[in-house]
Design a protein around this ligand. Structure first.
Ligand SMILES: *[C@@H]1O[C@H](CO)[C@@H](O)[C@H](O)[C@H]1NC(C)=O
Ligand SMILES: *[C@@H]1O[C@H](CO)[C@@H](O)[C@H](O)[C@H]1NC(C)=O
Ligand SMILES: *[C@@H]1O[C@H](CO)[C@@H](O)[C@H](O)[C@H]1NC(C)=O
Length: 407
């Protein structure tokens, strides 16, 4: 694991080559079956989106990296407030503000583009959400720190701009798939932990210095601008995510793809940096630190421990939904169940839910939300139900919105 890995070191072990070919073939085949989706995507992108003002495309959001842009999918307003093409979005009443979904795509930190996810954006829009879909700095343009920063700034952009687009800044959701789920979880933890007041870590600084992850995070906050924080998020939807880089590296090695995967390089190619960028390990160290605060004053320590968790809960998204398929071979289900277990151990459990989808594979959460052209999409309805239940809560609110749309 030491040092950056390079392609020239690719060993000529025939078994490994076969494993690699298997992976490449399966990618090609799944892509062939996606051709109709591609055509439909092009039509949507270059016809529907161009000829309507319900979409904004290629908006710069991060002044530090202007090459990264985002698209906005604006749901049609209820008929009462809609008037031909000159919609007065600033006039939308409070009651009809839409939940906002910021979607962070996956692609192993080294591929993907908002273009590919156009039809997914369209689907979420049709469910009544204001959708924000950013491009972010994939490897080798950026490493995990740049990606975290892009995700953070995209969320801030959503918060600052959604109101005039008919979105509710109090109802911002982030949704990520695979590497995107990893980035969502990491960005949120990075931001929340830095905002826990130092006093809650106890009077002796040793507890924190025993944790490399927390020490690094807390050292960073001294350098950062005050007030450069995330807004409070209503919820986080994490699909098929990687939450522990070290474990995933082992899994990649088993599949023989660790040397073509960019992950190790993105994450700094060393065990400490792997841990630093693993949401599961971040939560583990947080728990260790919080139970070790002021060992000599157990009662006081217990109170501090509780106060710290309470404070953290007040910063994290109000609710979290973790979704993973048990037939996922790219990222095993264990990834989500272990991350979820840490959330529960930290008593962040009551507001977090793990949904294991029986028989679901890795790509399914995004593929099922796109048009299927005759292919079976058994997970589409369950996923849509899961998402709309999470965001809209009980059916009455949802139906009211649907009625308004139909009227
Ligand atoms: C829409 O706006 C135009 C002027 O911009 C107005 O003449 C028309 O009556 C409006 N239609 C509705 C349905 O409100
Ligand atoms: C970002 O989006 C634009 C337009 O959709 C695309 O041309 C560009 O290649 C994307 N960049 C990355 C890094 O994905
Ligand atoms: C935390 O996020 C910021 C971007 O907001 C990034 O620059 C920094 O490197 C991240 N810290 C860690 C430890 O990942």
């Amino acid at each position: 694991m030491a040092g950056p890995l390079s392609f020239s070191k690719l060993p000529l072990d025939p078994r490994r080559i076969w494993k690699l070919n298997k992976v490449v073939f399966s990618v090609i085949f799944s892509n062939l079956s996606l051709i109709p989706v591609g055509l439909s995507l092009a039509r949507y992108r270059y016809w529907t989106m161009r000829s309507s003002d319900d979409y904004l495309t290629d908006i710069q959001y991060n002044p530090l990296r202007p090459i990264n842009k985002l698209d906005v999918y604006i749901p049609r307003e209820p008929a009462q407030t809609m008037n031909s093409s000159s919609v007065r979005r600033d006039k939308i009443e409070k009651g009809s503000l839409r939940p906002v979904v910021v979607f962070i795509y996956g692609g192993a930190w080294s591929s993907g583009s908002k273009l590919i996810y156009t039809l997914l954006g369209a689907r979420l829009r049709s469910m009544g959400y204001l959708v924000i879909l950013p491009n972010y700095s994939i490897y080798p343009q950026g490493t995990v720190k740049d990606m975290e920063q892009d995700v953070k700034i995209a969320i801030q952009w959503a918060y600052n701009n959604c109101l005039e687009l008919g979105g509710d800044p109090q109802q911002i959701y982030i949704m990520g798939h695979s590497a995107g789920a990893h980035l969502c979880a990491l960005t949120v933890l990075n931001d929340s932990i830095k905002r826990i007041p130092t006093s809650l870590f106890g009077s002796s600084p040793t507890a924190v210095s025993d944790s490399p992850i927390l020490s690094a995070l807390l050292a960073e906050r001294a350098k950062e601008e005050q007030g450069d924080v995330l807004p409070r998020l209503r919820g986080m939807i994490l699909c098929s995510g990687v939450y522990e880089i070290g474990e995933h590296y082992k899994h990649e090695s088993m599949r023989g793809v660790e040397q073509i995967s960019a992950m190790a390089r993105v994450m700094g190619s060393s065990e400490p940096t792997f841990r630093q960028h693993s949401p599961t390990n971040v939560l583990q160290e947080l728990l260790q630190v919080s139970t070790r605060i002021d060992r000599h004053y157990p009662t006081e320590s217990q109170t501090r421990h509780q106060n710290m968790l309470r404070h953290l809960r007040s910063l994290l998204p109000i609710e979290t939904l973790v979704i993973h398929g048990d037939k996922d071979r790219t990222v095993p289900l264990r990834s989500s169940s272990e991350f979820f277990m840490e959330l529960k151990t930290l008593q962040l459990g009551p507001s977090a839910r793990l949904r294991v989808m029986q028989g679901m594979a890795h790509e399914e959460p995004v593929v099922a939300l796109m048009p299927s052209f005759g292919r079976r999409a058994p997970f589409r309805q369950p996923l849509m139900d899961e998402i709309s239940h999470f965001i809209d809560g009980d059916k009455s609110a949802k139906n009211a919105r649907r009625e308004a749309r139909r009227a």
